[in-house]
Design a binder for this molecule. Structure first.
Ligand code: PHE
Length: 354
C-alpha cells in the first residue's frame, strides 16, 4: 500500500479542522463585548494552550512533505485571527468610549462645591490686631504657664498671704501653693527674672477666676499683660502708649480716660476707659448708659516688685498694664453675651474672620 493516500487523508482532516476553527473563531470574536472577553478569546485560541497552538503541535504526526504546506495554512490563520483581534479591540474601545460619552454628562456651567475651611476665632482676630499694635511699638510677645505657683501669681506681685487684695480675685487652687493663674501679671515676674532692662513685652493668655457665669462673667477669660522697664520710664510713657493703643483699636477720635485705682503691684494705679464706640459717649446699651467702656488696669510698677526681681528701683522704673481681651472683642463686634465666645457654636463663629 502506498503511504501517500493515507497522508493525503490526514492532511485533509487537518485542513478541515483548520477551516472549522476559523469559522468558529471568527463567530466568537464577533460576539465578544468586553475587553475581558477579548482577552479570554485570545488565550483560548492563540495562547500557549490555545486551539491554534495545539493544531500546530499536531503537525508532528503529518508526513514531512505535508508539513510546510500545513504550516503555511496555520500561519495564515494565525495572522488572520491576529488582524481580526486587533480590529475587534479597536471597535470595542470605540464603542465603550461612545457609551461613556453618552452616559457621563459634564455641566461646566455648574457652580463648584466649596468646602468650609476653618477661620480665626473672634478673640484671635482681635488678639492679632493687639499684637500687631504693640509689636510696631517694639514689644516682644512672651508666653507664661496657666498653672502658676502662689509666688508668681500673688506673693511676688506684692500680695502676701492674708492680704485683703486676694479677695479681689476668687482663685481656683489646685494644691496649697498651686493655682490657675488669676491674672497674666504673673508673667511680669517671670520676665523680670529672665531678662535685664530694657524690657518691653506683652503676654497674652487665659486666666481663671471662680466667678458665677453670666452675660459679662466667665470663669475663663483672657488678658494681655504689658510690661515696660527701663531707665527714666514715667507715667507719661504709660499714657502715651495706652492712648496710642486705644486710638489704633477704636479709632483716632476715641477719648481715653485714666481713673485713679488700686492694684497692689502698681503705684500709682489707674483704670483706663475709652469713649463708647457704639454711641460716641452719649450712652447706650453697650456702655450701660455711661458713655465709657473700661478696657484695662495699669500703673507704675511698684518698687517692691522691681527689687523682688533683682532690679534696682533707684535706677529703673517701669509701667505695667493688663488689657481685657474679651471686653475688647465683645465691644468691637457688639456681642451682647460673653458666653458666646466660649460655646463654639459654628453659626456664631462663622461670622468673623472675613
Ligand atoms: N492684673 C490686673 C487685673 O487682673 C490688671 C493689671 C495689670 C493692673 C497690670 C495693673 C497692671 O485686674
Amino acid at each position: 500500500m502506498s503511504p501517500f493516500p493515507l497522508h493525503k487523508k490526514e492532511g485533509k482532516e487537518m485542513q478541515e479542522k483548520l477551516q472549522a476553527l476559523k469559522v468558529q473563531a471568527l463567530a466568537e470574536l464577533e460576539a465578544v463585548q468586553t475587553p475581558q472577553e477579548l482577552e479570554e478569546f485570545r488565550v483560548r485560541y492563540m495562547g500557549k494552550k490555545g486551539s491554534l497552538t495545539e493544531l500546530l503541535r499536531g503537525m508532528g504526526s503529518l508526513p514531512a512533505e505535508e508539513r510546510p504546506k500545513m504550516g503555511q495554512l496555520v500561519n495564515e490563520l494565525r495572522q488572520l485571527l491576529d488582524g481580526a483581534l486587533t480590529e475587534r479591540a479597536g471597535a470595542l474601545q470605540k464603542s465603550l468610549q461612545e457609551q461613556k460619552l453618552k452616559e457621563e454628562k459634564l455641566d461646566v456651567t455648574m457652580p463648584g462645591k466649596t468646602k468650609p475651611i476653618g477661620g480665626l476665632h473672634p478673640l484671635n482676630v482681635v488678639l492679632n490686631d493687639v499684637i500687631d499694635i504693640f509689636q510696631s511699638m517694639g514689644f516682644d510677645v512672651v508666653d507664661g504657664p496657666e498653672v502658676e505657683t502662689d509666688h508668681y501669681n500673688f506673693e511676688a506681685l506684692n500680695v502676701p498671704q492674708d492680704h485683703p487684695a486676694r479677695d479681689m480675685q476668687d482663685t481656683f487652687y489646685l494644691a496649697e501653693n498651686l493655682l490657675l493663674r488669676t491674672q497674666t501679671s504673673a508673667a511680669q515676674i517671670r520676665t523680670m527674672e529672665q531678662r535685664k532692662p530694657p524690657i518691653r513685652i506683652i503676654c497674652p493668655g487665659r486666666v481663671f477666676r471662680a466667678d458665677e457665669v453670666d452675660a459679662t462673667h466667665s470663669p475663663v477669660f483672657h488678658q494681655i499683660e504689658g510690661l515696660v522697664v527701663d531707665k527714666g520710664v514715667t507715667m507719661c510713657d504709660l499714657k502715651g502708649v495706652l492712648e496710642q493703643f486705644a486710638h489704633e483699636i477704636y479709632g483716632p477720635d476715641t477719648k481715653v480716660k485714666f481713673r485713679p485705682s488700686f492694684f497692689p503691684f502698681t503705684e500709682p494705679s489707674v483704670e483706663v476707659d475709652v469713649s463708647c464706640s457704639e454711641c460716641g459717649g452719649k450712652g447706650c446699651r453697650v456702655c450701660k448708659d455711661s458713655g465709657w467702656i473700661e478696657i484695662l488696669g495699669a500703673g507704675m510698677v511698684h518698687p517692691r516688685v522691681l527689687s523682688g526681681c533683682g532690679i534696682d528701683p533707684e535706677e529703673y522704673s517701669g509701667f505695667a498694664f493688663g488689657i481685657g481681651l474679651d471686653r475688647l472683642t465683645t465691644t468691637r463686634y457688639k456681642i451682647s453675651d460673653i458666653r458666646l465666645l466660649f460655646e463654639n457654636d459654628l453659626r456664631f463663629l462663622e461670622q468673623f474672620d472675613k
